[in-house]
Write a protein that binds this ligand. Structure first.
Ligand code: S5P
Length: 469
């Protein structure tokens, strides 16, 4: 069956429908493409799968993957007819077991062609692409039966994919009009609808990364934890969203740095176990400086062990973290139980937890699933959690903060996997709340002046995000 005959067949089978339809988005559309119907017509399923195959028969690739659900029958048919293995992307990760999002047998770096029935905005294709790529497959080509000509193909191409389709909606309209299946009015109305309902790349990107315009006062109102409220008060009164990471290795250096950057920061982050001459006196002096300049002491201890050990690491000498840290980081790799254990020390009235949900390194193992679970744990324990360390996934709850390291005005990375972005990008595009800056400030000739510069840029970027600058 040639392409033209196939259009007529699809029309006859009610796959191509014209009239008045309400789309998922609530929008009223003069046409609807229901390719799920073709599983009832195996001959047509085979014919359309053959047309799809023609789009990719010249390409070298290892696997086929259909976007669930409509394209699963298409990928299966193509796989059967041409002996090409397929993989399946789950709609949801399994609750138990492996939690894999992509099922099948494949190796890292193998090439996969992704198939959908229709491309409109490109969003469902992109969701599948992200999962398939995260699983280690490489996608260069995506194909579909119909390009609705609403911007999806351009979006995919901007994302670096080559998109091919058997038909554009315009070609389908021409065939149906030519064969008197569609009158001129329906033909023109459909074209007009397409013209006025473009979903461009920028709009889509904004929808996807929708930067919540959360203000610090909104966070404060929604916060359950009193330390969050203290932190927001400091941020607003000093107009700063800068946390300096004071990764220096002696008491003298640490105290000097704290005094220099103190006026410009909301928190001073330490790795206290890297201070060679640490003693109790250092804590007294740091506390004095935190009072003098009004900032929180944030120990980046990243507890990661079973609860029983994390409790000891939190409370035991010589560091006695629980006695002086206003904030402390915790990994939740051992599960929610680590937080329960820390809570059971009875020491979380004056120390807020920051859950590490996503790391800044280029080869981080904090996958999408891990981050999602970490955010859920943070949300569940809001009485003791102030926020999360993350890059671009913030907690759903407005009472939690997102703190982000990997920020530099001048560098893009270091020799050990660190990845840097600018404060402007982080606040304006990713909607972060607090930036964590280490070497960008303490390695500067004048750390105080550098901190002032970061503070100014960070605050302006925050105001810009709120539309106030
Ligand atoms: O994902 C992370 C989480 C943290 S807390 N990536 C990070 O870099 N950090 C910390 O932020 C890290 O431990 C260091 O103290 C700081 C970044 O320092 P910089 O010198 O690279 O700015």
């Amino acid at each position: 069956m040639d392409k033209e005959q196939l259009v007529l067949k699809l029309f006859e089978l009610g796959v191509l429908q014209f009239g008045q339809f309400t789309l998922k988005s609530g929008l009223s559309s003069p046409f609807y493409l229901d390719f799920r119907r073709i599983i009832a017509y195996p001959d047509t399923l085979r014919d359309i799968s053959e047309q799809l195959w023609k789009l990719i028969e010249d390409l070298e690739f290892d696997h086929l993957c259909g976007v669930p659900y409509a394209a699963l029958s298409l990928s299966s048919t193509m796989s059967m007819m041409h002996g090409k293995p397929m993989v399946i992307k789950r709609k949801e990760a399994k609750e138990h077991g492996t939690k894999k999002l992509v099922e099948g047998i494949f190796h890292q770096g193998q090439k996969c062609v992704v198939i959908d029935d229709v491309i409109s905005s490109g969003i469902s294709m992109i969701e599948t692409l992200e999962a398939v790529e995260e699983a280690g497959l490489v996608v260069e080509h995506v194909i579909a039966i119909v390009d609705r000509m609403q911007g999806g193909v351009a979006t995919l191409e901007k994302g670096g994919y080559q998109a091919r389709s058997v038909y554009t909606i315009e070609e389908i309209l021409e065939v149906l009009y030519k064969h008197n299946k569609l009158d001129k009015d329906a033909h023109d109305r459909t074209l007009e609808f397409i013209r006025y309902n473009q979903i461009g790349y920028d709009k889509l990107r904004l929808q996807r990364t929708a930067v919540p315009k959360l203000s610090y006062s909104t966070i404060k109102v929604n916060a359950v934890n009193n330390i969050t409220k203290r932190l927001v008060d400091i941020m607003e009164s000093k107009q700063t969203n800068l946390c300096v990471s004071a990764d220096v290795n002696s008491k003298v250096e640490l105290l000097k740095l704290a005094d220099q950057v103190g006026p410009y920061i909301c928190a001073l982050k330490t790795h206290i176990d890297t201070v060679g001459d640490f003693d109790a006196d250092l804590i007294v002096l740091l506390k004095n400086l935190s009072k003098k300049h009004n900032f929180l002491l944030f120990e980046d201890r990243k507890f990661a062990d079973i609860g029983h050990i994390a409790m000891q690491q939190f409370t035991s000498p010589p560091l006695n973290i629980a006695d002086w840290a206003d904030l402390v980081t915790v990994h939740v790799v051992a599960g929610s139980s680590s937080i329960d254990a820390l809570r059971s020390t009875g020491k979380l009235n004056n120390t807020g937890l920051i859950v590490v949900a996503q790391m800044s390194t280029e080869d981080t193992l904090t996958s999408r699933d891990y981050t999602k679970s970490a955010l859920e744990i943070a949300q569940k324990h809001q009485d003791v959690v102030v926020g999360i360390v993350g890059q671009n996934k913030r907690p759903r709850d407005a009472g939690l903060m997102m703190l982000t390291p990997g920020i530099s005005l001048s560098e893009t990375g270091d020799a050990h996997g660190q990845v840097y972005n600018t404060p402007q990008e982080a606040f304006e595009e990713r909607g972060i709340d607090i930036m964590i800056v280490g070497r960008g400030i303490y390695k500067a000739e004048n750390p105080g002046a550098k901190a002032a510069e970061y503070r100014q840029i960070g605050w302006q970027s925050y105001l810009k995000r709120l539309g106030l600058a």
